[in-house]
Each structure stands twice: as structure tokens, then as C-alpha cells.
Design a protein around this ligand. Sequence first.
Ligand code: C2O
Ligand code: CU
Length: 477
Amino acid sequence: MRATRRSFLLGAGLAGAGALAGVRLGRATGTEQQLIAAPRSFALAGATATDGWGYADVFPPPTLRVKRGETLRVRLVNRLPEHTSIHWHGIRLPNRMDGVPYLTQPPVEPGAEFVYEFSPPDAGTFWFHPHCNSIEQIGRGLSGVLVVENPDDPPFDADIVCLYRDWHVDDAGKFTAMTTDEGAGRAGTMGGFHTVNGVSAPVIDVPAGGLVRLRLLNLDNARIITAALAEQPAWIIAIDGNPVTPVAFDQWQMGPAMRLDLALRAPDREGASFALMNTFLAQPLTLATFRTAGPAKSGRPDQPPPLPASPIPRPDLDHAETLPFSFSASSATALDPQDQLPDLSALQAALGSKEPVADILCRPQRIFWAINQRPWPGQTGSRIPPPLATLTRGRTYVFELINTTPHTHPIHLHGHTFLVIESNKRTVTPYDTDTVLIHTKERVKIAFVADNPGDWMLHCHIIEHQDTGMMGYVRVA
Ligand code: C2O
Ligand code: CU
């Protein structure tokens, strides 16, 4: 990439510069990594400093990389003024490592630490973020990319992470409102400063003639994008981390939290360029430009070899139980009386916590949305309703996800990778994912084996929808 000072400071994810700013991150080799969640000053809008929150002094923090099956051990140190946690989005891991305060672990209080340790079973492009007060915590910059490598992946000449997100900042780099009732009750409150790897429309070098793997991530809190490449053929090789048989790429709609791995052969000519676009907008927007550099690599195939499949259990559709989940607006104005404050000392004992579990609601609660008529607002908080459903461990379930609203919702299930099998509105070639977009009036069927015991969140990943009621969990027992 072109090393302007700004792109150097902010583009750590591009350059893979794990040594920047003394951040102890990089390849996991069984040793412990540290993520310090703390107030950080980012240079987002020009030279102006933005008072962000981050895991490193640059945004994005250096990509965490681990080999499939190896142990990733990450110590979260909380230097924020409020409690936090880390959820490892898309990773099939033990429930107590899932990072949902109150539900799967005690909140990590200011000054406290928590060690996450797990061995990701599936290779691919994943990410991590807090699971409390996420409008603000993610909005201010707490998120990062986790790449799980498979030693059996075919070789690429370049492996490039492109993390898309908007920021709610003004021209002076000061944060503006990250949520409004109007946005939360509709499609979300959009940020106006669009970035890839923390930089507005960066230019990213790719090896001329090289076989390039692009890992696109939409880590925005609200915006749905349609990713497209201008004048450059490419293949989709993985969706939301999960390998697929390579298929020609035209464009792909990505809601918040969704990922797409593309493979392409860069033009042979040095200095040639092509753009990553968001064509969702009436006026398509260039998100990043790729430019070829170096002597052309010769003999690279035009079409990429497939990635090895992930060991995801195959659903047994002949013996599946179907459960409906309707995603709707909510007319509720108060919490359900069934939602009891849990017995906090019992929760403390169940979670094996030495510290008392504090009764803190993350933010005042607004209710606009519900799942199966049940709103659960407030980003978990300490108020935990009964599960939306209790699943028998080892059985196959088909969830029928029904959108009765005029908006699109990216629906995410924790702890399991599911197969999208059918929609009433479009033809689906079944694929594995952890987050699926449900359009207005759409009914989408997903199937999975409930093989991972615990309480697993099911929610919309437009964070304001999640925070204002479109959240629940299923119990696998
Ligand atoms: Cu990306 Cu409930 O999470
Ligand atoms: Cu939603």
C-alpha cells in the first residue's frame, strides 16, 4: 500500500504490521495474546484526533491469526470506564468463552481481566467485538479481525483484509450521535465517514499478476452494503468464513457482521487499478482502490482452487424439528414481567466468579423490536428472560426466520454454523453461515445440528435493533 503517514498509522491491518505501537499481537503459537480495551486517540478524519475506544493505538488492531485447531489464548484487560467482554463472532466455541455478559460470563469490570481460550475448529475470516453497550463500544472502535488459517489452504500471493465500517464523526473528528430513536426504530443511525481499515478510500497494493485473497468484512453497526469490484473478475471462495465451491463474483449484499472471501488474479500490468465499490447506494461509492505493484507474477491460475471444507456437522433434514421465529416491531412499552432480575449471587456461583456480579443495566432501555413477540432490550444487561426455545443437544433444527417488518435484518446465531436452505423470496443455493439477511416479508429457513450445549444468543446484528429488543437466546441442553 502507499505509505502516506495517515495510511501508515491507520492501516496496520493492511500491512500486517503487528509490531506497531508496541502491540503484542500476531500469530498465536500457544502463547498468550493481550487485548487491552482502553480509550485511544485515533486519527480518523484527517489529522484530527478522535477520542475512540480500541484494542490498539491504531484502528483496526493488527489481525489476530491462529491456525485451525490450535489454541488461541487472549487476555482481555479492561481499562474502559465501564464493563466489557469479547464475543468471537462466528466461532464454534465452548459457551463460557462466548463473551456475553451475564449470560455466559460475568461482565469484565473496569480494571479487571478475563482470559479467553479456545481452539477454533473451522478456518476462515471471523471477527471479535464486545457484547454490551455495543452501540457505543463498537461505535467508538472496539472490534478486530480474527483469521483462522488452514495449513491446507491453497497458496495465495497476497492475503488482504478489508474491514469496512462507518464512523459517527464530524469534520473535526468528534463523535456525533451513534443512536437516535428514529434510526433505532428504522434502518439504523448511519455514520457518515466511510472507511476501509480505518482509512477513507485507501489505495491498497496488490502483486501484479498475483493470485490474491481478499477478506471483506462489513463491521459496521448499521449499514448494509452491496460489495462489488469494478472491472475485475473474481470468485467467491468463502461466505461468512465458510468455504464454498468457487463461484463467479458479481456482487454480494453484506449486512453488519458479514464477511466474504474473494479470490482474483490481479492484472499483469504494473500500476493497473480496480475498485471495491458499495453499489447498494443510488450513487455507487468507491470504498477502496487496489493497484498492482511489482514485476508480474507469471503462471498464476485465472480460477482459484477451492478451499478445504470446514468440519461442520450436516443437518439431518429428514428428522428435523421446525421452529418459527418472527422478527417484528414491538408495541411493548415496558419489560415483560416474566423478565426477572436473576439471583445475582446464584449467577455469581454458576459463573464461577469470585467477584460479586454487579447489577448493572448497560443503558436505559428503549423498546422497538421483538422476537416472537418478546422484546429483550438493553444489550443483555442483568435482566435475563427465559430462552426463546430449548433445543435437545444433537438434534437437527430448522429455524424459520420470519421478517414482518419493512426493514432488512441480519440475523445472527451464536455458537453454531447453520445452513441457509430456503427462502420464500429468492432461490437459495444452500450455504453455511452464522449471519443471514432477512429482507422485508421474507421467510428464510436455516438448519443446523444443535451440538453445542449452552445458552446462545439469537439477534439482529443492526446493533440498534438488538439493543432495542430484537434479541433473544436459545438453550441447547
Ligand atoms: Cu457479532 Cu451477538 O454478535
Ligand atoms: Cu434488525
